[in-house]
Design a protein around this ligand. Structure first.
Ligand SMILES: *[C@@H]1O[C@H](CO)[C@@H](O)[C@H](O)[C@H]1NC(C)=O
Ligand SMILES: *[C@@H]1O[C@H](CO)[C@@H](O)[C@H](O)[C@H]1NC(C)=O
Ligand SMILES: *[C@@H]1O[C@H](CO)[C@@H](O)[C@H](O)[C@H]1NC(C)=O
Ligand SMILES: *[C@@H]1O[C@H](CO)[C@@H](O)[C@H](O)[C@H]1NC(C)=O
Ligand SMILES: *[C@@H]1O[C@H](CO)[C@@H](O)[C@H](O)[C@H]1NC(C)=O
Ligand SMILES: *[C@@H]1O[C@H](CO)[C@@H](O)[C@H](O)[C@H]1NC(C)=O
Ligand SMILES: *[C@@H]1O[C@H](CO)[C@@H](O)[C@H](O)[C@H]1NC(C)=O
Length: 422
C-alpha cells in the first residue's frame, strides 16, 4: 500500500508560517492606477500612481510573496479580503510618481519621469529607491543627460545593469532617441538611429534572452494611432540598433495602449531542477503574455484581453484561460512575474482607480486565474521576473528551499507527491 504525502509542501507551509510571525501590521492601500511595481527578493514593491483622491501617491509598500500560502492570504477577486501589504518608511525627497517608468537592479529600484496629477505636467525626476536599508533611502539621481520630462514609458534593464529608456509621452512625441543609464557607473549615454521607430508611449516592453527588447503596442505620437501588432520594433542591445519582427495572428488583434507584458519560459524537461535557477534549464518555448490595456474598438479578443506571442513562430494567439476571470480588463495596471504566477495589481477601471488584485497561473504553458489561497508553489529566486527586475541576493529561506529541493527533488519546478510505501 502506498501512502501519498505531500510532505514537502507541508514543510514549506511551516516555513511560511514561521515567516508570518514577523508580519508587520497590514497596510490597506488606496485604489490607484499608473503606479509602479518591482520585484526584489521575493517581495513586490509598489509605489506611486494616481489614487482615489486624484492625488499622486507617495507611499511605498510591499507584498511579501513568501507568505502567500498561509490562510490569512485567502483572497477572492471579488471578496472584501485582500492581500496583506506592508507600508515602508523612507527618507529622502519623494514627491510620488504617476505614469513613471521603473525597473529594479540589485537591491534598488530606478524610476524616471512621470506626470503630475494635472494633464501635461511632465516630470524628469530620476530616483533610486534603496530597499536594502531601514528606513528605505530614496536618492535623487543626476538627470542632466536623462530624457526630457515625460511619462508613460517602460524602461528595461539588461543582464549587466544597463537600463534602456525609450519613448514615452512628452506632449510633442518627437524624440526617438534611446537613452541608456548604466547603473554601475551611474552615467547616461544615448543612441540615435535612422532605423528607430517613432516615439511611442503606453507600450509594453520585454527583454528576450538573446538581449533584444521588444516594444509591443502602445500609441503613436498623434495620440490616436495604435501601433500595429504585426510589425514590432525591436532594439538589439548587442548592435545598439533597431530591427523589426513581423508577426501573424489567428485573431485580429487591434492596437492597445497601457497594457502589460511578461516573458514566460516554458520548461518541459524531466531533469531535476533546483528551484528556478533559470540558467540550469533550457526553455522549450518562450512566449510573451500580454494583458489589459485600453483597446481599439476593432479588437476581437474574447477571453478577457489576453493574447500570447510565441517567440519561435512569431504568432499571436488567443489562448484558452481557465478559472474565474476578473470582471473587467484594467489599463495602467502592473503585472509582476514571480515563480510562474503573474500578479496583476490595481489599475484603471473605466476611469476609476481600482484596488483589485488578480493572479494568473502560467505554469507549464497553462493560463489560469487563481486566488491567493491557491498559490502552492514555493518561493523561488528566479533571476528575471520578466519586468526587468533582477534578483541579486538569495535570501536565507531560498537557501533552505534549495536544500529541500535537492533532498526531495523537484521536477519541472513543481513538487511531486512523495510515494512512501508502508
Ligand atoms: C489629496 O486629495 C484630497 C482631495 O482632493 C485633498 O484634500 C488632500 O489634501 C490631498 N492630499 C495630498 C497629500 O495632496
Ligand atoms: C462584487 O461584489 C459587489 C459587492 O458585494 C457586487 O455588487 C458585485 O456585483 C460583485 N461583482 C461580481 C462580478 O460578482
Ligand atoms: C515606520 O516608522 C514608524 C514611526 O517611527 C514605526 O512605528 C514603524 O514601525 C516603522 N515601520 C517600519 C516598517 O519600519
Ligand atoms: C547578444 O550577445 C549575447 C552574448 O554575446 C548572445 O548570447 C546573444 O545571442 C546576442 N543576441 C543577439 C540578438 O545577437
Ligand atoms: C516584414 O515585412 C515587411 C513588409 O511586408 C518586409 O519588407 C520585411 O522584410 C519583413 N521583415 C522580416 C524580418 O521578415
Ligand atoms: C506540461 O505540459 C505538457 C504539455 O501540455 C504535458 O504533457 C506535461 O505533462 C505537463 N507537465 C507537468 C509537470 O504538468
Ligand atoms: C482554489 O482552491 C479551492 C480549494 O481547492 C477550490 O475550491 C477553488 O476552486 C480554487 N480556485 C481557483 C480559482 O482555482
Amino acid at each position: 500500500m502506498n501512502l501519498s504525502i505531500s510532505l514537502v509542501s507541508r514543510l514549506f507551509r511551516l516555513l511560511f508560517l514561521f515567516n508570518a510571525v514577523n508580519v508587520l501590521q497590514a497596510f490597506i492601500p488606496l485604489p490607484r492606477f499608473g503606479h509602479n511595481a518591482n520585484l526584489i527578493n521575493n517581495k513586490i514593491y509598489y509605489f506611486g500612481g494616481k489614487d482615489s483622491n486624484g492625488n499622486v501617491s507617495h507611499d511605498l509598500f510591499y507584498l511579501d510573496l513568501t507568505l502567500t500560502s498561509t490562510p490569512q492570504y485567502l483572497y477572492a477577486s471579488n471578496s472584501s479580503k485582500s492581500p496583506e501589504f506592508s507600508l515602508l518608511n523612507y527618507t529622502g525627497d519623494f514627491q510620488g510618481t504617476y505614469l513613471s517608468g521603473s525597473t529594479a537592479w540589485k537591491n534598488s529600484i530606478y524610476a524616471f519621469g512621470g506626470e503630475g496629477a494635472k494633464e501635461g505636467d511632465f516630470k524628469n525626476t530620476f530616483i533610486k529607491i534603496r530597499i536594502d536599508s531601514n528606513p528605505i533611502i530614496i536618492e535623487q539621481l543626476d538627470n542632466t543627460n536623462a530624457p526630457s520630462p515625460r511619462g508613460r514609458l517602460t524602461p528595461v534593464v539588461d543582464k549587466q545593469g544597463k537600463i534602456y529608456f525609450f519613448g514615452g509621452w512628452d506632449g510633442t512625441g518627437s524624440d526617438n532617441t534611446m537613452y541608456i543609464f548604466d547603473s554601475n557607473s551611474a552615467t547616461w549615454t544615448t543612441v540615435k538611429s535612422d532605423s528607430a521607430p517613432d516615439m511611442i508611449w503606453g507600450y509594453a516592453a520585454i527583454l528576450t534572452d538573446d538581449e533584444r527588447i521588444l516594444y509591443i503596442g502602445g500609441n503613436h505620437h498623434d495620440k490616436i494611432r495604435y501601433m500595429p501588432f504585426d510589425s514590432i520594433p525591436v532594439f538589439n542591445i548587442n548592435t545598439s540598433d533597431w530591427e523589426r519582427i513581423n508577426t501573424t495572428a489567428d485573431i485580429p488583434i487591434a492596437g492597445r495602449v497601457a497594457h502589460v507584458a511578461i516573458l514566460d519560459r516554458i520548461y518541459r524537461t524531466n531533469d531535476v531542477i533546483f528551484v528556478s535557477i533559470n540558467e540550469l534549464k533550457v526553455a522549450d518555448k518562450k512566449r510573451v503574455i500580454i494583458y489589459g490595456g485600453e483597446r481599439d474598438s476593432s479588437d476581437k479578443t474574447t477571453n478577457g484581453g489576453i493574447v500570447v506571442l510565441d517567440l519561435s513562430t512569431k504568432k499571436f494567439t488567443q489562448p484558452n484561460i481557465e478559472g474565474k476571470r476578473p470582471d473587467y480588463i484594467p489599463y495602467r495596471t502592473t503585472a509582476t512575474y514571480f515563480n510562474d504566477y503573474i500578479f496583476v495589481a490595481f489599475g484603471n477601471r473605466n476611469n476609476i482607480p481600482s484596488v483589485e488584485f488578480n493572479i494568473l497561473d502560467i505554469y507549464n504553458g497553462t493560463l489560469k486565474w487563481v486566488q491567493m489561497a491557491n498559490l502552492t508553489r514555493p518561493p523561488s529566486n528566479g533571476p528575471d521576473n520578466g519586468a526587468g527586475s533582477v534578483v541579486d541576493k538569495p535570501s536565507a529561506n531560498v537557501g533552505i528551499l534549495i536544500i529541500l529541493a535537492i533532498v526531495f527533488g523537484i521536477k519541472n519546478g513543481r513538487f511531486y507527491e512523495l510515494e512512501i510505501p508502508i
